[in-house]
Ligand binder design. Sequence first.
Ligand code: MSP
Length: 509
Amino acid sequence: MNKNFYITTPIYYPSAKPHMGHAYSSIIADFFARFKRIQGYKVFFLTGTDEHGQKIQRAAENKNMDPKAFCDEISKTFFDLSKTLNLSNDDFIRTTEERHKKSVENLWNILEKKNEIYLSKYSGWYSVSDEAFYSEEEIDTKNNIKISKISGSQVEWVEEESFFFKLSKWQEPLLKFYNENPDFILPVSRRNEVISFVKSGLKDLSVSRKSFSWGIKVPSNNDHVIYVWLDALTNYISALNYPDTNNSLYKSYWPATLHLIGKDILRFHAVYWPAFLLAANLPPPKRVYGHGWILSGEEKMSKSKDNILDPLEIIDTYGLDPLRYYLIKEVSFGNDGNISKEKLENCINSDLANNYGNLCQRVVSFIEKNLDLKVPNNYSLINEDENVLKIYNESFNKLIDSIDTQNVNFYVNFIQEQLFSANKYFNDQEPWNKKDDAVRLNTILYVSLELIRKISILLYPIIPNSSLKALKIFNINEDQIDFNSIKIHENIKKNDKLNKISIMFKKID
Ligand code: MSP
């Protein structure tokens, strides 16, 4: 079985500072990466910034800055955010790096050599904000302004010499590929959208621009820069040292297991990207998952709509793990979701402070008072104990499957149910009334410790810092976390010395 896992976020435009929508894609990707690591996979997790094109050139001009200097400054805020969000990414790629330029030029040369690219003239609509070409049918007029029906962003008329990629030729091979790989595009509703778009007929795609200069030059014709999406998508293989397809990174991790993206950029990832790769005789990625949007009111949160929420402010006020927990739990994965401070505060108080933090605190203090912080040794499990423990064994494969099918909601619901059940177990068993029955008392405490251990492992991909604090009770460090161990009823060693735990979550008044 292939135990390698390659996951990517979209690379972000450093046209303005990051907002909550960007943080969302990154946090979800980190969740999958961390889970696969503790499951025992070798993981490569990539994120970065997408720095070429007209959008960035204009943003730099507005600030009177050289585009590279501009990108250096804003890309750094994305890099810093990756640290603040505690992302476990293995690389951070910038498309202005030499390694990436080399990779894009190489892919271009192969496509040209294989006769997949030809020179002609483009006349049509272009949205700088989306960096996308739109057909006449995809255009609307609102207040005398031409906009894209799909994104709502303004389009402008472009007429210039351009290189074209023979996308039309890949219509049937793409449909065949979707058919043979039914899980290539998820969720299913998005897959249907893509298939009907491809079935409606693919036109050749303009893949170079001549009227501005901020980009990677077409190797055979320096008057043109390569279309920013062909440039950007290639980042996923540049980071694996493409064009060297014999190196161990590329060999271990391509094709990517999962490109996690927002639904707005599905067409680029599910149509153009596999077409470029098939044309270059490279394997397409295994899956593209298009998640929903973080809304602000009813609208997509975005810089151009001026309705953004700054993740740094939220983290300053509430802390990182509460934000990670909230985004993963409250935004039903695959759908759009709203973020409100009230719901966030609710999550902190009820799920994190009351259900998780309090459970850890109560059990450990009880053991401190009664057993001198030692793991009980003379215990004996009876039915009610087996019952709360066996669910982890029974659900083990379903949990893995939920991650492998991006069913985040199943995974999160399972944790919530187990938190509830662990608290109920401790309350119902009333260890404080069992002081005359040493074996029973020891058993209840042992089982409660096991439940804390299992739940903390499950929570690690969501709230790594808090989970690690709890796992410290058992002296388990980050590199010792093993998801497979949740199956084992009695994993904690008798007589081991436990550690005290400090307050994990502050309640909000
Ligand atoms: N640079 C391109 C992606 C190239 S990938 C080869 C791009 N960049 S972006 O900065 O505009 O957006 C990147 C991603 O951020 C989106 O696809 C999406 O994943 C995420 N989000 C941006 N705004 C968002 C929300 N309001 N909500 C959720 N995610 C959104 O597109």
